[in-house]
Design a protein around this ligand. Structure first.
Ligand code: FMN
Length: 370
């Protein structure tokens, strides 16, 4: 299947595995790349040194193209961009709209720039600044998310911009890929579906919680970091929601200290990141402080396997996923389902040679076709 996405980044299939903190590491990304889809390394939860190592690890496992996801508002975004350029990474993916200069710097170096956005005006902005494509995430998607469903947001963005649009939020199979293409997208991006593969390093106990979840077990809460965040509904989430402001803040400071150690960021760098995060958004300092919570809570489950203490970011789609295929099997299956779905649509459109001609209704019997 050839689309504007496969042409733009040189992958065999119009399928993207998104950058997920603590989840999208070298193993998942290289397995995705070998399967012919675009894998994206999540770098916001890595130090710059670890990012360079992770990029080299992927390159040692595959020659296929892959990407790196980073936060445009991180104080060290430029350093990370430098690593992407130096190491010859094909795609830069951004969790928030990157600045015009950052886009220009990457494009000048031949890197394909694909920001993720959750609203039409953001897509228009990054398209005007020269982004090569956008990932559009509807509200059913996992992690930080908006409240407009993919079925409404996707056609809205497709109509608004002239660059390729990749649909995200709620996709898990080939029918979804065909639906996205019908809306005018150039492919699909999936997070939760790739988290639930045998190639993802997420501990088995955590994967089991996702597999057991129904669609009603996925919720959106602001209790983790002050921003709407889609995740599995767990006791931990309920307790964060019950905790008063003061207790939540005290916990946030403790966890922020832990994240500071792991990420290698000093307090001053974290404060600068906090300032950047507040910029242009209506966030209080306590919300910024709470934001340092998210990476630690995510790590507790995605790395340490603590289903009791961690947060399990998830799309609603976890409720319909029931297995853990390898990436190669998953991508093959999605493409086979997509071809089958296209066949069904094509047959529905073509007149069947065996079907007897439909009798026309007698005039004036009131059975007018509206
Ligand atoms: C566990 C998890 C962690 C995530 N971390 C990030 C991240 O670090 N950066 C980012 O841009 N998006 C992140 N996301 C969002 C995904 O990249 C993706 O846009 C989303 O999962 C798509 O929706 P889906 O889960 O329905 O496929 C995360 C999602 C999940 C489920």
């Amino acid at each position: 299947m050839r689309t504007a996405l496969t042409e733009l980044v040189g992958v065999r299939h119009p399928v993207v595995q998104t950058g997920m903190g603590w989840v999208a590491g070298p193993r998942l990304v290289s397995a995705t790349a070998r399967a012919g889809a675009l894998g994206i390394l999540a770098s916001a939860t890595m130090t710059p040194e670890r990012l360079r190592e992770a990029v080299r690890e992927v390159k040692s496992r595959t020659d296929e193209p892959f990407g790196v996801n980073l936060r445009a508002d991180a104080g060290d975004a430029r350093e990370r961009v430098r690593i992407i350029i130096d190491e010859g990474v094909k795609v830069a993916s951004f969790a928030l709209a990157p600045s015009k200069d950052l886009i220009a710097e990457l494009k000048d170096a031949g890197v394909v720039v694909i920001p993720s956005i959750g609203a039409r005006r953001h897509a228009e902005k990054v398209a005007a600044w020269g982004a090569d494509a956008v990932v559009v995430q509807g509200g059913e998607g996992g992690g930080h998310t908006g409240d407009v469903a993919t079925t409404v947001l996707l056609p809205q963005v497709v109509d608004a911009v002239d660059i390729p649009v990749i649909a995200a939020g709620g996709f898990h199979d080939g029918r979804g890929l065909v639906a996205a293409l019908a809306y005018g997208a150039a492919g699909i991006a999936m997070g939760t579906r790739f988290l639930l593969t045998s190639d993802s390093t997420v501990p088995d106990a955590v994967k089991a919680r996702y597999l057991a979840a129904g669609v009603k077990d996925v919720t959106v809460t602001t209790a983790v970091d002050g921003l709407p965040h889609r995740m599995l509904r767990t006791e931990m989430v309920a307790s964060l929601e019950r905790a008063g402001r003061v207790r939540a803040l005290a916990q946030a400071v403790r966890r922020a200290a832990g994240f500071r150690r792991i990420s290698g960021l000093g307090w001053s760098r974290m404060a600068r990141d906090g300032l950047a995060m507040r910029h242009g958004r209506d966030l209080s300092w306590s919300q910024v402080l709470l934001a340092a919570n998210a990476p630690m809570l995510l790590k507790a489950s995605m790395v340490d396997g603590r289903t009791d203490l961690g947060v399990m970011a998830s799309g609603q789609v976890a409720g319909v996923i029931e297995d853990l295929p390898g990436c190669a099997e998953l991508v093959e299956r999605v493409m086979a389902e997509a071809h089958a779905a296209l066949g069904t649509v094509t047959r529905a459109l073509a007149p069947s040679p065996e079907a007897p001609p439909r009798p026309s209704p007698p005039p004036g019997d009131g059975a007018a076709v509206r």
